[in-house]
Design a protein around this ligand. Structure first.
Ligand code: 3HC
Length: 689
């Protein structure tokens, strides 16, 4: 018998039990076992109904994602679900954990579904650039109606068992502690009452009203246009739901199959599947095993109550940890705490938190004007102005104040963590924890490993990152670490391109169309052009300096690279155009027509090249970690998989060839990384490293 499937009999009820850790993904072996089990139960005259149950932590969490992109193995999931639905004996799905994707599709093909209260049901396929390809797009609308089906399928978010029951996905909620016995009892009742086989494919009442009404789907597309921009899968999912409403079941299934095949063999899904595995890989550190002991962190100190310090503190308060925030001046401290309160209150106003929660979190935050008050903290994060002298001074003071064993972290975004650590007598307890603004929202955390940082300290920082809901990426010391270091060549090229012939809105448009939420100039306007600028030291040599001198400092002043209306809508500015033309002239640059292709290649290939150097130097552990940094910290479009994955989709040979061509024209800034040269020569990719 199949090693992951067991068929037992409990009187007239057969239990088909699957045990394929960790998440009972529907691998070929599992699929085979299900078909075999249902067939055997069907031919056993003693059996009157079947319970489909998974051992371990969850019902099937979906198709086996690692099988996609490889030669198909029989039986395919659509056949498996059809086989279950066609069973002449009722099949009851017993749901616990996460019934996701193909797992939920399997459940929908069963004739009844029971679930424990903690179970969740969902279709996360869209997050993998896919659609539910085993009947999910056709069965779900028949159960819950097209609107709710579209919501669920295009968001990828799961619903609780309670909501699933209200929606009609689940027939009965059963005792949390005894799912299997309850499911068997439910099956017995079905048999006793001689209830009919309920096939979802035959339902019509929830979809009939929407038939012949394309406006329902149009309205949904319009309402979500911003969210779906650039992604292929949401539109394909909508088309399938529309087909469920308008076509006979089998026709709908045909379309679903066809669109699924198109998506699964396409570039976007390959990229999104890469991101799925990369997000899980990122926690694995080759020389620090999973069982490395972590240090207890019960109390956190944050130095600086500015935008970064405040956001960082909120993360810990949200996770229930008390935080002491130290500022130098009373008014700055008061302002900082006020901003945090307003942030929480605005979340509460949107209904995403109660006012009691606001108070509970504020109570966890204590303001102070004395570094000495951090003496009992287990972790202290410095988040002051980006200036080495100030940071060094703080760390040497902290060394005298912090208790033995406390972790001392700097939120520096560029500076040398080893130099900072050297100010203390405990460099093994010092590291970087680089948050991204707004720190309470952005998912990325770069954990910066100093040359002397203790492995337990790193393991603790990574684990804390997970605890506060971040995706933590371990990086080494260099100027700007992974993210900001790669941002530099992009900024450099963007600034050069506008002097050579492009306008800021050309560069922004190309990067926006590539999939970034905004281009570098719109981004600069949003952040404020005067960060790090002062009138006294301004040399008027760059467009940014000239704009600041003219008090065009970005969105906050209503003008920067763009003009802004009262709703902060950006419009290209003739004045800026003139400033740029004059600047090119002053620098003796003859402007020329610059193609979109050149803009993209110069901004993105230079980033990839920097990424290759980062890998070469061992600053990042693996290329997929770099992808995770860019997706979660800088808005790299998920459907392009991150810069290093994208480079491989384009072809490393092509990237190398273009870098060489630009090197010949513009010089050493485009010199290809030795690693890139080597990989191309050997016919390998980043992922082979
Ligand atoms: N296929 C293959 N491997 C999977 C998998 C899947 N569907 N789901 C999880 N895994 C693997 C993970 O890669 C991880 O492996 P690792 O230990 O080697 O890193 C391991 O299982 C445990 O996963 P997590 O670390 O994510 O465990 P959690 O407990 O945090 O989360 C989960 C569990 C919620 C089930 C989460 O793993 C998850 O969201 N999985 C993906 C679910 C999904 O997308 N399903 C749809 C698949 S597509 C589909 O079904 C197509 C169909 O319509 C035809």
């Amino acid at each position: 018998m199949n090693p992951v499937v067991e068929l037992r009999r409990d009187g007239e009820i057969a239990v088909l039990a699957i045990n394929s850790p960790p998440v009972n993904a529907l691998s070929a072996q599992v699929r085979e076992g299900i078909v075999e089990g249902v067939r055997q139960a069907g031919t056993d005259a003693r059996v009157k109904a079947v319970v489909l149950h998974c051992e371990g932590r969850t019902f099937f969490a979906g198709a086996d994602i690692s099988e996609f992109g490889k030669p198909p193995k029989q039986p395919m999931l659509p056949e498996v679900v059809d086989f279950i639905e066609a069973s002449s004996k009722p099949v009851v799905a017993a749901l616990h954990g996460t019934a996701l994707g193909g797992g939920l599709e399997t459940a929908l093909a069963c004739h009844y579904r029971v679930a424990v209260p903690s179970a969740k049901c969902g279709f996360p396929e869209v997050k993998l650039g896919l659609l539910p390809g085993a009947g999910g797009t056709q069965r779900l609308p028949r159960l819950v109606g097209p609107e709710r089906a579209m919501d669920m399928i295009t968001s990828g978010s799961p619903v609780s068992a309670k909501v699933a029951k209200e929606m009609g996905i689940v027939d009965e909620i059963v005792d949390e502690t005894d799912l299997l016995a309850s499911a068997i009892a439910f099956a017995r009742k079905l048999v006793a009452e001689n209830r009919p086989l309920k096939k979802v494919r035959d339902l019509d009442d929830k979809i009939a009203a929407a038939r012949g009404k394309p406006e329902i789907f149009e309205a949904f597309r319009k309402a979500n246009a911003r969210k779906f921009r650039g992604f292929q899968a949401p539109e394909y999912n909508i088309r399938c739901v529309e087909a469920a409403v308008n076509l006979p079941f089998d026709e709908g299934i045909k379309l679903e199959r066809q669109l699924f095949q198109e998506l699964v063999s396409g570039e976007q899904s390959a990229a999104q599947r890469h991101v799925f595995f990369a997000e899980r890989q990122v926690w694995k550190i080759p020389d620090i095993s999973d069982d490395t002991p972590t240090l207890p962190v019960k109390k956190v100190g944050v130095i600086g109550a500015g935008t970064m310090g405040g956001g960082i503190s909120m993360n810990f308060a949200n996770a229930g940890l008390p935080v002491t925030i130290v500022e130098a001046k009373p008014d700055a401290l008061e302002r900082g705490l006020g901003v945090i309160r307003r942030n929480y209150e605005s979340t509460a106003k949107k209904g995403r938190m109660s006012m009691e929660d606001v108070e509970r979190r504020m109570e966890l935050l204590t303001g102070s004007l004395r570094l000495e008050d951090l003496a009992d903290c287990d972790l202290i994060i410095e988040a002051v102005f980006e200036n080495m002298a100030i940071k060094k001074e703080i760390f040497s003071k902290l060394d005298a104040i912090a208790k033995p064993g406390a972790i001392l972290a700097s939120n520096t975004s560029y500076l040398n963590v080893n130099e900072i650590a050297a100010m203390t007598k405990r460099p093994e307890h010092v590291l970087g924890m680089h948050f991204f603004s707004p720190a309470n929202i952005m998912r990325l955390l770069e954990v910066v490993r100093g040359e002397k940082t203790d492995k337990r300290v790193i393991a603790t920082a990574m684990q804390l990152g997970r605890q506060i809901g971040k995706i933590a990426v371990l990086v080494g010391v260099c100027h700007g670490f992974v993210g900001n270091r790669m941002l530099e060549p992009r900024q450099r090229e963007a600034n050069r391109l506008i002097l050579e012939g492009a306008m800021p809105w050309d560069v922004d448009r190309v990067l926006y169309e590539f999939g970034f939420p905004m281009g570098p100039f719109a981004m600069a306007d949003l952040a404020g052009l005067d960060i790090g600028w002062s009138r006294e030291t301004s040399k008027g040599e760059t467009a940014r300096e000239i704009l600041c001198e003219q008090d065009r400092r970005g969105q906050k002043t209503g003008a920067g690279f763009y003009d802004y209306d009262e709703n902060r809508n950006a419009k290209p500015s003739e004045l800026v155009e003139q400033i740029i033309l004059d600047l090119s002239d002053k620098k003796g640059i003859t402007r020329r027509e610059i193609s979109d292709q050149e803009i993209l290649e110069r901004c993105v290939y230079t980033m990839i090249n920097e990424g290759a150097k980062i890998l070469e130097e061992g600053i990042a552990i693996r290329s997929s970690d770099i992808d995770i940094v860019w997706i979660n910290g800088y808005g790299w479009p998920v459907y392009r998989g991150g810069p290093m994955f994208y480079a491989e989709q384009v072809g490393l040979g092509k990237v190398l060839e273009r870098l060489r061509a630009y090197e010949a024209k513009f010089g050493a800034d485009f010199k290809p990384a030795a690693l890139l040269e080597r990989l191309v020569a050997e016919g390998k990719g980043f992922r082979d490293l």
